[in-house]
Write a protein that binds this ligand. Structure first.
Ligand code: IVH
Length: 697
């Protein structure tokens, strides 16, 4: 059973209600204190909803400790009074709920809200930063909203909150302190090195780090401002001006003073004029969530104009002019049941976490990546741990850290393999990623199945089961065996291989010989290369001889190959020499159609220069997303990328400001949204098919 499913949806009686209040209070205290709650956010939200539902029906039974209607669930106190209360936000969970909320706000102020400000809801902790004559003098947590805790010792460790502003103003900046994903990884590495338990997630890490005094080490955090207020010492004209400014203008002012705001991110605050446009922007930000280098748990929508805010006013817990549009939780706590060690086709031994199944962001998560053994050690994981699992969009789920205080003492060390789990040979542990000493010869079934796959040699009829059969019968021990050793009679001698399937497979093997060099190279499974890198190498050198003649320096002329990868690739090719010779002798293609070898060997490759052979996409970096239709309907993503490169362009998997064109088909999500937000040109499948018509097979 997962921790989250322990949360009741309806509370049957007063005892259950009282227990729920106690649970919520201790969870809220842990949440705001930097400890780790046994409940993840989703479970906490459901608990508070159950409490509120119970109280609505039996208002006479409301306990004084109830978290409902209180800032920070009433769990924290402080001793530094806030000049103006630091409030929380009400939540909505859907476009409809937002529309209803907006209508009630407009009824309250008696007019339409002319400008909405839509910005990310940063998943950290609220903080007030006081500046006196431009110098940062005090940091105060939100506390119970009326008074907070002094955490000024953290001054100097929070990026985005400069010690000195660009002007000597006296003001209070309010915003969120958080850890970016990179800061979190760093914080946990340092903390475990010092013998501490890792923090469960970035939010916890920020809370714990902010409140910790006298630590032997410092770890950086990041601030994003979302409000500016005058203080008692503020110059009268500025004090009069600030409350008049629209929210967007106020944040621009903060940014000009040197304070970090969401404007510096991929999801800057935007001002829109209609409820429909708000919902559209919410969807855009939601689609970008998985790509952001920091956590967001929703989107905050605010009436932008000061006059609208004043007219709406505030309640005791939250303002009436702003609301949080919550996004589904992407983090859940579940149990680490086991760690599996799987050997890949190049002999890499990769650990994978087996989890108690947990539903996150619309899908059931059972496995999570654990990169390499060092990663496990760094995270301090134990089998049986409750772990915080993160999954957003289509990214591979990952374990953030164990929730160390939930340990029962029954957890076990994770046992690292001492011999290859596939073949029993020794393990090369000299690099971060462990590898079977037999390398690519260890897991021949995996490497041949990969080579025969659709995006490599595309050998129909040679799936995993058939490869197992061939290898177990001793007929095939390496890729070239398929082409220069395996005979028709041998195939016929196998079980479930009749005349027809044998002839079909022989024909498929013959057809594979015509595949371009890029696919032959990819089929070889050279470490540090995949499909797109194989294409780039093949297009650059044009022939296998050219590739094999390249030293590490020449290899680096291929776009995307740096000083680290180049020697690995060169060494791999040397290791594969015999296989390559045999494939060439068996008649596999060793040239890349349409590519010309580099003219002068030492001419550096200019990645921005158009391809020598031109083409309609010359010089363009193209990303494909969503389902292709029309003339492109049958093309796999790999074939689309091949098409782009034949037409002179560069294919890429991710959208950035350097992307020239995004081909977006049906169901395109985050990449389309990102292209829109960056102003990158978009084309539909039909329009794109016309552009590259001459290059379609
Ligand atoms: S506005 C009076 N803007 O979310 C207005 N809050 O769940 C209150 N938060 O207490 C804050 N990102 O700690 C605002 N862009 C943003 C925010 C944001 C995160 C936090 C803030 C607030 C909490 C409410």
């Amino acid at each position: 059973m997962t921790t989250t499913s322990a949360v009741p949806s309806g509370l049957p009686d007063a005892a259950a209600y009282a227990q729920a209040v106690r649970d919520a209070r201790s969870a809220a205290a842990a949440y705001y204190d930097g400890g780790t709650s046994a409940l993840d956010d989703d479970a906490y939200d459901r608990l508070v909803r159950a409490i509120t539902a119970y109280e609505t029906e039996r208002p006479e039974q409301v306990l004084p400790d109830s978290p409902s209607g209180k800032v920070a669930g009433g769990a924290v106190e402080g001793d530094v009074p806030h000049t103006v209360p630091m409030l929380s936000l009400d939540n909505v969970f859907s476009g409809e709920e937002f529309t209803t909320w907006a209508a009630s706000l407009e009824r309250r102020i008696g007019r339409e809200v002319a400008q909405w400000n839509v910005q990310p809801k940063l998943d950290g902790l609220a903080i007030a930063a006081r500046y006196q004559d431009g110098r940062l003098t005090r940091l105060v947590t939100r506390g119970d909203g009326t008074a907070g805790e002094d955490v000024s010792h953290a001054i100097g460790t929070v990026e985005g909150l400069p010690d000195r502003l660009t002007e000597p103003v006296t003001i209070e900046v309010r915003g969120e302190v958080l850890m970016t994903t990179a800061q979190f990884e760093y914080a946990n590495a340092v903390r475990t090195e010092h013998g501490g338990d890792p923090f469960a997630n970035p939010r916890n890490a920020a809370a714990g780090t902010l409140r910790a005094k006298d630590r032997a080490y410092t770890v950086p955090m990041t601030f994003f401002g979302y409000g500016v207020l005058p203080l008692p010492g503020t110059a009268p004209d500025l004090a009069a001006e600030l409350p008049e400014l629209a929210h967007g203008a106020l944040l621009d002012r903060a940014a000009a003073w040197g304070v970090n705001t969401p404007a510096s991110t991929q999801v800057p605050g935007v001002v829109v004029t209609t409820v429909a446009a708000v919902v559209e922007r919410v969807e855009e930000i939601a689609a970008l969530r998985a790509d952001l280098p920091f956590g967001i748990d929703g989107i905050v929508v605010k009436a932008d104009l000061a006059a609208d805010q004043v007219a709406a006013g505030s309640g005791s817990r939250a303002p009436r002019w702003a609301v949080a549009f919550k996004l589904p939780a992407v983090e859940k706590i579940t149990k680490l049941l086991d760690v599996e060690w799987n050997v890949g086709r190049t002999g890499i031994i990769a650990p994978r976490a087996v989890l108690e199944p947990v539903e996150i962001d619309g899908s059931t998560v059972t496995y999570a990546t654990l990169h390499n053994p060092a990663d496990i050690t760094r995270r301090g994981l134990l089998i049986g741990d409750q772990v915080m699992v993160y999954k957003a969009g289509d990214i591979i789920p990952r374990i953030e850290a164990p929730v160390a205080h939930l340990r029962t003492g029954d957890e076990r060390e994770i046992v690292f393999p001492t011999e290859c789990p596939q073949c029993g040979s020794g393990i090369d542990t000299s690099e971060q990623r462990w590898r079977c000493e037999r390398g690519r010869n260890c897991h021949v079934v995996a490497s041949i199945t990969y080579a025969a796959g659709r995006d490599q040699l595309d050998i129909e009829g040679l799936g995993h089961t058939r490869v197992v059969q061939l290898v177990e019968a001793g007929l095939v021990g390496s890729l070239p065996d398929l082409f220069d050793r395996l005979t028709r009679d041998q195939l016929l001698s196998l079980e479930r291989m009749g005349e027809t399937s044998t002839d079909n497979l022989m024909a498929a093997l013959a057809a594979a010989k015509a595949q371009p060099l890029s696919r032959v190279l990819c089929a070889l499974g050279v470490r540090a290369t995949g499909r797109s890198m194989s294409r780039r190498i093949a297009r650059y050198f044009a022939t296998m001889d050219g590739i094999r003649a390249a030293d590490a320096e020449a290899m680096q002329r291929v776009d995307g190959i740096g000083a680290e990868k180049a020697p690995v690739i060169v060494a791999e090719l040397a290791e594969l020499a015999e296989q390559i010779d045999r494939l060439a002798a068996a008649g596999l293609s060793m040239t890349e159609p349409g590519a010309t070898p580099p003219a002068a060997e030492d001419a550096p490759d200019d990645p921005d220069a158009p391809q020598a052979d031109g083409g309609p996409l010359a010089g363009l970096k193209v990303v494909v997303t969503g389902a292709m239709t029309g003339p492109l309907a049958k093309l796999s993503r790999n074939q689309m990328n091949e098409l782009i490169e034949r037409a002179g362009g560069k294919s890429s998997g991710s959208v950035s400001k350097n992307t020239s064109l995004v081909v977006a088909g049906e169901g395109a999500g985050s990449k389309r949204a990102k292209a829109e937000s960056l102003g990158v040109r978009l084309a539909g499948p039909d329009e794109f098919a016309e552009m590259v018509a001459d290059f379609l097979d």
